[in-house]
Design a protein around this ligand. Structure first.
Ligand code: IDP
Ligand code: MG
Length: 153
């Protein structure tokens, strides 16, 4: 079934100017970008977004990292978007992520792992709505309004 997932290019990857190459990989893997924005998270955002990890020892570092610079939030559409995107990004730890996965290529450490992807359809819906309003999501199909020949003539 064609469905949606939420992705976020994290501050490490944005700072290293990896967002272009990462988005190229995402599109080459067959995902359509149906919403996109750059923003800087506030600590209140990370407290909510990563609430499930609030008692974990890495939570403070994760919050500091995720608020340290801009992120790029994306809504992606594809057949089996959630599962296929988790495969594309690879393991949480770039050291053990599969060769060719985004975290292997662009990640630096278990915290600075370049990209987030939703882990279930249910969480994808929650995460998409955390970042985007309905009118910021532009579903396919995208069509050019008039034939190019008419523009040229
Ligand atoms: P996921 O992003 O692969 O779903 P989660 O376990 O949901 O991994 O953790 C959320 C984020 O928290 C990770 O992407 C990573 O940035 C950070 N993180 C997770 N586990 C650790 C850890 O053991 N040490 C440091 N950071 C971690
Ligand atoms: Mg997770």
């Amino acid at each position: 079934m064609r469905n949606r997932t939420f992705a976020m290019i994290k501050p490490d990857a944005v700072a290293c100017q990896y967002s272009g190459p990462i988005i190229t990989c995402i599109e080459k893997a067959g995902f359509r970008i149906i919403a996109q924005k750059m923003l800087r998270l506030h600590i209140s955002d990370t407290n909510k977004f990563y609430a499930i990890h609030s008692q974990r020892p890495f939570f403070r570092n994760l919050s500091l990292f995720m608020t340290s610079g801009p992120v790029i939030a994306l809504v992606l559409e594809k057949e089996n978007a959630v599962t296929d995107f988790r495969t594309l990004i690879g393991n949480t730890d770039p050291r053990i992520a599969s060769p060719g996965s985004l975290r292997k290529i662009f990640g630096q450490s278990k915290t600075r792992n370049a990209i987030h992807g939703s882990d279930s359809d249910e969480n994808a819906i929650k995460e998409i709505h955390f970042f985007f309003s309905e009118r910021e999501i532009i579903p396919e199909p995208y069509r050019l309004p008039i034939p190019e020949t008419e523009i040229d003539s």
